[in-house]
Design a protein around this ligand. Structure first.
Ligand code: UDP
Ligand code: MG
Length: 333
């Protein structure tokens, strides 16, 4: 049984050596059979060079260098495309997810679960705003999403090979892995843990990127924002019917009438606002259709270190298969 660990790294020069040592010491306690796959997501600092050094000293290490920064979710995807293990663990490079929890996840896997996902019971070293916004996000997300996504769960998790193969069949550009893993199904179990503060370096998810990530998650997993347009429309119709009846009643059955300017001004702004908002919502979905339709690769690899020849072939074949699928669907059109 081989256990693979995927570590996406973006500008993590300050922690990467410490992380590696910690991971190795934990893994050696669990099993002699493991591989560590570091994905360098186009770091601008020394991360890539440090990963090269680590790989040269340790045969169990493989490194995938991406051609530029593609984002955390793509880096993880690149890792998933390159694993060979029977169980695959995703973990951040900054040691916010304690590697010791992997032991518990592996035990759960031995018990027969296909996914063991980490649930944060306590997050140290985060601002109250981040805590609050993260909490709000998970709850809104769950309310809107078509598949239930476990609360307070990040990407720190163990997945069985079968789950990873299922994920690989999902070619979408909008990648929200924790949602995708929920969608896949199989037997899943929560493993509670305490999230520590980042060991060193800075978070790559400032507020703006977090909002973007949240919006992405909601839009790629739910059509509720579109349905809201119907409800908003119905509500406006109801309001206007009341308004119409009132205005006509006053006009025909009393001696006065509804004075014009104020009410028309309010009505025009109200309708205009609602229409613009939902035009934006529709635009977001169209933008996504456009992006999906271009069928670009999810990421590009600059270099792969520590992979055997066969595995490289396997990798190339999979990429080809994706292209063939695209060509076929064009033929059908
Ligand atoms: N990361 C990445 N590409 C990016 C941003 C982040 O590969 O564009 C990696 C990063 O190196 C880390 C993990 O994703 O291992 C989580 O990022 P971070 O710790 O900055 O996010 P936070 O924990 O603050 O949400
Ligand atoms: Mg972090």
């Amino acid at each position: 049984m081989l256990i693979s660990i995927i570590v996406p790294c973006y500008n993590e020069q300050d922690v990467i050596h410490i992380t590696h040592n910690r991971l190795v010491s934990v893994l050696e306690e669990i099993t002699p059979q493991f591989e560590l796959i570091y994905v360098d997501d186009g770091s601008q600092d020394e991360t890539a060079n440090y990963l090269r050094q680590i790989q040269q000293q340790d045969q169990r290490v493989k490194v995938v260098l991406l051609s530029r920064n593609f984002g955390h979710q793509m880096a993880v995807t690149a890792g998933l495309d390159n694993v060979t293990g029977d169980a695959i663990v995703l973990i951040d490079a900054d040691l916010q997810d304690p590697p010791e929890v992997i032991k518990e996840m592996v035990n759960r896997w031995y018990e027969g679960y296909d996914v063991a996902y980490g649930v944060r019971t306590d997050r140290q070293g985060e601002t109250p705003f981040k805590l609050w916004s993260a909490k709000a996000f998970y709850r809104i997300m769950n309310g809107l999403s078509d598949v239930p996504i476990p609360l307070d769960t990040g990407d720190f998790r163990l997945m069985d090979r079968r789950v990873v193969e299922a994920l690989k069949m999902m070619p979408e550009r909008d990648r929200f892995l924790r949602g995708m893993v929920s969608w896949v199904g199989f037997r899943q179990v929560a493993v509670p843990y305490q999230r520590s503060p980042r060991l060193a370096g800075v978070s790559k998810y400032p507020l703006f990127k977090m909002i973007r990530f949240a919006v992405d998650g909601i839009l790629s997993f739910s059509l509720v924002p579109l349905r809201l347009a119907i409800w908003a429309g119905l509500l406006t119709v109801a309001l206007s019917i009341i308004g119409i009846i009132y205005a006509l009643f006053v006009r025909f059955f009393t001696l006065s009438w509804v004075p014009g300017w104020t009410i028309s001004f309010i009505a025009i702004l109200f309708i205009g606002g609602i229409q613009l908002v939902f035009l934006g919502v529709i635009g977001e979905y169209i933008g996504r259709i456009y992006r999906e339709h271009k069928r670009r690769p999810l990421y590009l690899v600059r270099e792969r270190l520590g992979f055997s020849f066969n595995q490289q072939n396997g990798h190339v074949d999979r990429q080809k298969k994706v292209t063939y699928a695209g060509e076929n669907s064009n033929e059908m059109l």
